[in-house]
Design a binder for this molecule. Structure first.
Ligand code: PLP
Length: 426
């Protein structure tokens, strides 16, 4: 038998084993999707979502019943009193900064309870770089409480960093592009409980990016005061072409809306220009799309583990977000993998991603993203900084079949280039 036939056979056996070994995990994912789908249907029915809610408003966008209804749908989904969902939010970072700028005043402090914040927020908060208009520039300082040695929130470290000026505690649910565990909604609830027991008036903010619909409950159900996220991740269901949301206690959402728009406009204005239909349909589809991406992530972990790579979470671990990290221990192996994911993308499959310098990153970064919506990470993408131990983050996928095909193709590429022998010691 030729070595090509050999590797084909090996790959097929790994693939079959990865599917079989993840049946239980994938069934759990499907069950969560069904429960969340049922919740969405109930909320749509309660809010009497109707075709006239999809009409476009223009100009100031006053009296847009569709937009107001979508806000109430989001509030109910996330277990909060109020929400603001707008395509005018450029990204998750924009929604998060509007939320935090809305509730913090000069001289008050923010404490990040889950270690270093996501890269783009470090810039916005003024922790790195020297942009103007950061929180620091406005006299709002950020402290961070490092995670403990297991990568979990360290309550002692958190409480010891709370000063009389501390007003808001931020919790990041997803690992983002960090080498830590993501925080389950139950763990968030426990953390909130401990912080509120220490000081009741502290406002708890949760960065919910990548977490929506992965579990049956959301941070709003766990006592978070304010949460935010991006519509080109989970809650847009792959359909929303841009946007973000903020949900939480009414008073806080109103303050955030003053910052997003202007004081006096708040929740009342913002033309929808015809985007509401895709936003409603997007959140309707989101439980299913998230389940496809998650089944893909579970399969990815199982398949790549067979090939001797290190995956986190592991195939059978509990999940609370979409991120799957894969450690390659080798630069060429990681680059080839990402390039092969691009080859198996529906858009720009002929483009070969190269590593390059990116603003805000110390190392070169490689990004594979053949997506319909630019930068959308509910669609399959693979990226990461090229530094030891060469960890790529693989997330999203609109269909489970696509993730399976793409990851299998990537592994086949590594096999064909003889890039799979152990390199852990490099
Ligand atoms: C994606 C993400 C954000 C926001 O990123 P944008 O690219 O601005 O949407 C913030 N925090 C976490 C943890 C994220 O994953």
């Amino acid at each position: 038998m030729s070595s090509v036939e050999n590797s084909e056979q090996l790959l097929n056996s790994w693939k079959a084993a990865a599917e079989k070994n993840t049946e239980t995990q994938r069934a759990i994912v499907a069950e969560t999707a069904e429960i969340n789908q049922d919740k969405i249907l109930r909320i749509f029915r309660e809010e009497k979502v109707s075709a006239f809610h999809f009409h476009a408003s223009t100009g100031y966008g006053y009296d847009d019943a569709g937009r107001d209804t979508l806000d109430r749908v989001y509030a109910k989904v996330f277990g909060t009193e109020a929400a603001i969902v707008r395509h005018q939010f450029i990204s998750g970072t924009h929604a998060i900064t509007a939320a935090l700028f809305g509730i913090l005043r000069p001289g008050e402090r923010l404490l990040y309870a889950t270690g270093d914040p996501y890269d783009t927020l470090k810039t916005a908060l003024g922790l790195t770089g020297r942009e103007k208009g950061t929180f620091l520039d406005y006299g709002i300082e950020t402290n961070t409480a490092p995670l403990d040695k297991n990568g979990e929130p360290d309550i002692e470290a958190i409480l010891s960093r709370i000063s009389p000026h501390t007003k808001v505690i931020a919790i990041q649910r997803s690992r983002g592009y960090d080498n830590r565990q993501s925080l389950s909604v139950a763990a968030i609830e426990e953390l909130i409980h401990k912080i509120k027991n220490f000081r009741r008036d502290l406002i708890i903010f949760v960065d919910n990016c990548y977490g929506e619909f992965v579990e049956q409950l959301e941070p709003g159900h766990a006592g978070a005061d304010l949460i935010a996220g991006s519509l080109i991740k989970n809650p847009g269901g792959g359909l929303a072409r841009c946007g973000g949301y903020i949900a939480g206690r009414r008073e806080l959402v109103e303050q955030a809306s003053s910052r997003f728009a202007a004081p006096g406009i708040g929740l009342e204005g913002a033309a929808t220009l015809g985007v509401l239909q895709e936003m409603f349909q997007g959140i309707f589809l989101a439980p299913h799309i998230v389940s496809q991406a998650l089944q893909g992530a579970v399969f990815t972990a199982a398949l790549l583990e067979k090939a001797g790579l290190k995956t986190s979470p592991s195939p059978h671990q509990f999940r609370t977000d979409l991120i799957q990290s894969v450690t390659f221990y080798d630069k060429e192996r990681m680059v080839r993998f990402c390039q092969a994911i691009q080859e198996a993308s529906p858009v720009d499959a002929n483009v070969v991603p190269q590593s390059s310098a990116m603003p805000g990153y110390g190392d070169e970064v490689i990004m594979a993203a053949g997506t319909f919506i630019q930068g959308s990470s509910i669609e399959l993408s693979a990226d990461g900084p090229l530094r030891k131990p060469f960890t790529a983050y693989v997330q999203g996928g609109l269909t489970y079949a696509h993730v399976k095909i793409a990851v299998t193709h990537a592994l086949k590429t590594l096999l064909q280039h003889e890039l799979l022998e152990s390199r852990e010691n490099q």
